[in-house]
Design a protein around this ligand. Structure first.
Ligand SMILES: NC(=O)c1ccc[n+]([C@@H]2O[C@H](COP(=O)([O-])OP(=O)(O)OC[C@H]3O[C@@H](n4cnc5c(N)ncnc54)[C@H](OP(=O)(O)O)[C@@H]3O)[C@@H](O)[C@H]2O)c1
Length: 467
């Protein structure tokens, strides 16, 4: 335990908070820690081993505040939602003007904006800091997305950059904009994560009927050595290689097929819709998780209609290209959403920097992100990743395989909601003239909503529709 005042404080010693605190202590910064339930503080100090030297354990919020050098910086790593407000309320009476609170949990960015405004009025700074990488990332180097006053970030930048993951020496941490910008970017990161995981699960579903889990593990390991190289493909290969010690079956075969979700995927879709955007691969992934959770209905559905028999799977090479095409489109949809939010909230988000800080530490880290960063360093028409020259070329090469895989899956009765959403997006965006002229005519027919004409200015033209 340290006698000196700590450089930084942290509240919330569950998995993420404990690991982040150990990471901070290991990087040589004195840290004071507090948790609502005092027993967790004791357990944490035992877990800290030699790092306990740099840690000041506290069992009351006032002790935590007193243990930190002013102006104070206190990281909150508690359960998202009301617990954050309760923690702020517990700390507030003990803070001094100029102190800052940093919410490092998975907050809804609307809450972050609200909290930042309320605390600003009281003379305190509030930073929303998205942290990705799970337990291991928090301990050894997460990707860190910060929103809030730039000057306050500068005061903790050395700590944040020291604990962040590094990609070829570059810290995967950045101040991205004011108030909720960091939490918004983290939310979209998680939305992309949902899409990527769903796409991988669809590929697994198409191959699993005809192949052993062990063989599939090799397929994913091979893919990981190519353009699909990424953390999620890597862990999929590992997951597929594990045997359940109890049953002797592949571990995957004994796991219930109902996916959980904590809300960030749903938030991505909700915020996208509010911004007039539709990241359809992410929407499909959120929907697929919800459908997966409805196991009773799926049992009834299978009884009624029967599950189609397993046919021949698609070609592995096609599937690799299809996954790449769909992944590019999913990432592109996420970045398009970031671009729309940046404009709406006046954040001036540096999309290239966002891609750069996702290259290591976070769950969606992949080789592709380096290429995405390079593309955004150049000019991309409409901020649409698919239109960047390098990505347009990749899509020209890989979309035919995506089309064959989706067609095969549809023919075989295999659900591929995220892959088909990606393909439909592509097929829509490469047509200058679609079919919404009919929608406009229908709207004008029943509601006199008016429409624009190709051959005349204005948007309030009407058709001479029959009664
Ligand atoms: N787990 C991950 O992989 C991961 C990854 C990225 C981000 N996150 C985010 O990081 C944050 C922490 O996650 P976690 O999994 O470590 O923990 P968690 O299970 O989300 O939250 C547990 C922590 O919150 C505290 N807490 C709960 N209700 C409270 C209240 N009303 N007042 C004060 N403290 C309260 C708990 O204190 P007590 O011990 O007193 O109950 C405990 O310290 C969350 O926002 C989570 O979404 C998690």
């Amino acid at each position: 335990m340290s006698d000196e005042k700590a450089r930084i404080g942290l509240v919330g010693l569950a998995v993420m908070g404990a690991n982040l605190a150990l990471n901070i202590a290991e990087k040589g910064f004195g840290i004071a820690v507090y948790n609502r339930t005092a027993a967790r503080v004791d357990t944490f100090m035992q877990q800290a081993g030699p790092l306990a030297e740099a840690i000041t354990p506290c069992t009351r919020p006032e002790d935590l505040v007193a243990a930190i050098q002013p102006p104070r910086a206190i990281i909150l790593m508690v359960k998202a939602g009301a617990p954050v407000d309760e923690t702020i309320a517990a700390l507030l009476p003990h803070l001094s003007p100029g102190d800052m609170l940093i919410d490092a949990g998975n907050a809804d960015f609307n809450d972050t904006r609200r909290r930042a405004a309320a605390l600003r009025e009281k003379g305190f700074a509030y930073l929303g800091m998205g942290v990705s990488g799970g337990e291991d990332g928090a301990r050894h180097g997460p990707s860190i997305m910060v929103g809030g006053p730039a000057g306050n970030y500068e005061m903790i930048r050395d700590v944040v950059e020291a604990i962040a993951a590094r990609y070829r020496g570059d810290p995967c941490a950045a101040h991205l904009g004011p108030d909720g910008a960091g939490h918004f970017v983290k939310t979209v990161h998680n939305g992309i994560e949902y899409a990527d995981m769903q796409l991988i699960a669809e590929a697994y579903g198409l191959l699993r009927a005809n192949q052993t889990a062990a063989r599939l593990s090799e397929v994913f390991a091979n893919w990981n050595a190519g353009p699909l190289n990424s953390y999620l493909i890597e862990i999929t290969a590992k997951v597929l290689s594990v045997t359940d010690p109890q049953s002797g079956q592949p571990m995957l075969d004994v796991i219930v097929d109902a996916a959980g979700q904590k809300g960030t995927g749903r938030w991505t879709v909700i915020e996208a819709l509010k911004l007039g955007q539709s990241p359809s691969t992410i929407e499909a992934a959120v929907a697929a998780r919800s459908w997966s959770a409805d196991r009773g209905a799926r049992d009834t559905g299978q009884g009624l209609f029967g599950a189609p028999p397993a046919g021949a799977g698609p070609l592995e090479a096609d599937l690799e290209s299809a996954l790449l095409a769909a992944r590019i489109i999913a990432y592109g949809q996420g970045f398009a959403l970031l671009s729309a939010a940046s404009e709406q909230f006046d954040w001036s988000l540096d999309l290239a920097r966002v891609a750069e800080i996702w290259r290591a530490g976070c769950i969606i880290r992949s080789g592709l992100l380096d290429d995405i960063a390079t593309a955004f360093r150049g000019t991309i028409p409409h901020d649409e990743l698919a239109f960047a020259p390098a990505f347009a070329e990749w899509l020209q090469r890989t979309v035919p395989a995506l089309r064959r895989v989706v067609a095969h899956a549809v023919q075989e009765g295999q659900p591929v909601p995220a892959m088909s959403a990606a393909l439909s997006w592509f097929d829509t965006m490469r047509r200058a003239r679609g079919t919404a002229n009919l929608i406009q005519a229908q709207r004008d027919f029943f509601g006199a909503h008016g429409f624009a004409r190709l051959d005349a200015p204005g948007t309030a033209h009407h058709g001479d529709w029959p009664a």
